[in-house]
Design a protein around this ligand. Structure first.
Ligand SMILES: Nc1nc2c(ncn2[C@@H]2O[C@H](COP(=O)(O)OP(=O)(O)OP(=O)(O)O)[C@@H](O)[C@H]2O)c(=O)[nH]1
Length: 420
């Protein structure tokens, strides 16, 4: 049966027929109404995006959804030119072969604000995602990397700890990646996380990849690129990903949503230094490490450990298999750091065996998608020409109490929905 004839069939019959044909590699493009279940499908040969429908995809129950996902990328991305295809292939091959320069170039591509480059980045990510899935299957479902979120107030000793911890890993033949999410870069263009070049030894280590936060953009934007950088690093064979942030804003919540485990580093001093640490961030911690537990600081570190052990007991249980722990470490003497890693591995094993880790990752994927939608819809709304004109007028009316905020919002949304 040829393709035009197949087009006359309902989706299910169309797909069944297609499976019987020897030519199995098609790219499917549905009219947008197909998403609602009424469109007429048409098929094209496998295209340059490297996306194809395989047999199991066609047979699975989630058939329509999967096809639509493939379709969406196609609909939003023009055919790649030969040059673009070669570029994406080169990055992909270099990346999965573990070349750091290709990884760096790939991460830069995902950070680009250029429309076409953003599309190329999505094509590359899609390829990496397929690779990921295959590798995880080979790995019997075990994730390729352990994602650890790390936060703490400025001066807690994060960089010193990462340098020590990182060296310990690379000496054990692990590949470690450090990604930073700096909330200050989103507002002031400054940096709260300090200069990553202070991790002098680690930044020279060929088995470590350190990526500072992008220097501008919204937190949502930084979150997106960091999530994408995680995927790319994992594709590049990095088996431990540390995602670092400063615990003074919203960024630690964003980081907790990207990580398998969230670790909070606290210096052994209460009062002012910990003012910025919110209760919320402590609640998210799977492990609290009191830093600088050496010399004169051992006593306050012990006191602080006891305080946090009591405090964590009062918090609600987030996992069926893991209770948050409080430990003391010193990146100067090395005390407690191997034990810390043992605890982290213990966490990973328990969470994996119970299925909680994969469930958490699935939830995170969903959160990630919805955050992107939210951000993009809001951006679309704000940049709409009529809305842009109306916003200052309505804001003025709300401020002078001539209009209630609710009514002003309704007016704007109505204008937006009507297309302005
Ligand atoms: N005694 C002692 N001091 C430490 C230890 N770790 C870090 N420090 C000191 O604490 C200070 C802050 O350390 P950093 O590693 O820069 O802290 P940070 O959290 O990365 O700080 P930001 O980059 O500002 O976020 C430095 O003066 C370090 O020398 C430790 O284990 N013991």
């Amino acid at each position: 049966m040829n393709i035009p004839m197949l087009l006359q069939h309902s989706h299910r019959r169309f797909l069944k027929c297609l499976l019987r044909t020897p030519f199995r590699r098609y790219h499917f493009m549905f009219h947008s109404s197909t998403h609602l279940g009424s469109g007429i499908p048409c098929a094209r040969p496998f295209n340059s995006l490297g996306l194809h429908c395989t047999k199991w995809m066609l047979l699975s129950n989630g058939l329509k959804r999967k096809l639509c996902v493939q379709t969406t990328l196609k609909e939003h991305t023009e055919e790649l030119s030969d040059k673009e295809q070669r570029f994406v292939d080169k990055l992909y091959t270099g990346l999965i072969q573990g070349h750091r320069a290709c990884l760096a170039e790939a991460v830069t591509l995902t950070e680009s604000t250029h429309k076409r480059k953003k599309e190329l980045a999505q094509v590359l990510l899609q390829k990496v995602l397929v690779y990921h899935r295959e590798q995880e299957q080979i790995n019997k479902g075990k994730p390729l990397a352990f994602r650890v979120g790390l936060s703490g107030p400025p001066g807690a000793g994060k960089s010193t700890f990462i340098e020590y911890f990182g060296k310990m890993f690379t000496e054990r033949e692990h590949k470690l990646s450090v990604l930073a999410v700096d909330p200050s870069s989103c507002t002031s263009g400054g940096s709260l996380l300090g200069d990553k070049t202070q991790m002098t030894e680690l930044s020279r280590d060929m088995n470590a990849y350190i990526r500072p936060s992008p220097t501008s953009g919204t937190l949502g934007g930084v979150t997106r690129t960091t999530n994408e950088a995680i995927l790319l690093c994992e594709g590049g064979g990095y088996d431990i990903i540390l995602i670092e942030t400063v615990g003074v804003g919203q960024s630690e919540f964003a980081v907790a949503d990207m990580a398998d485990m969230f670790v909070l580093l606290l210096p052994p001093a209460g009062g002012d230094e910990l003012q910025g640490i919110k209760r919320g961030i402590t609640e998210m911690a799977d492990l609290v490490a009191i830093t600088k537990s050496d010399g004169d600081l051992i006593v306050p570190a012990r006191r602080m450990q006891a305080e946090y052990v009591s405090a964590l007991k009062l918090l609600r249980k987030c996992s069926e298999v893991w209770r948050p722990k409080v430990i003391r470490i010193s990146a100067r003497s090395g005390e407690g750091i191997t034990e810390m890693w043992d605890k982290m591995r213990g966490f990973q094993d328990l969470m994996l065996a119970s299925g909680e880790l994969m469930a958490k990752r699935q939830r995170q994927q969903k959160v990630w998608m919805w955050n992107l939608i939210q951000e993009s819809v809001l951006e679309h709304f704000r940049t709409h020409p009529t809305i842009q004109e109306q916003i200052p007028v309505l804001e003025k009316k709300v401020l002078s109490r001539a209009l209630s905020p609710g009514l002003a919002a309704d007016v704007l949304l109505k204008t937006f929905k009507s297309g302005g």
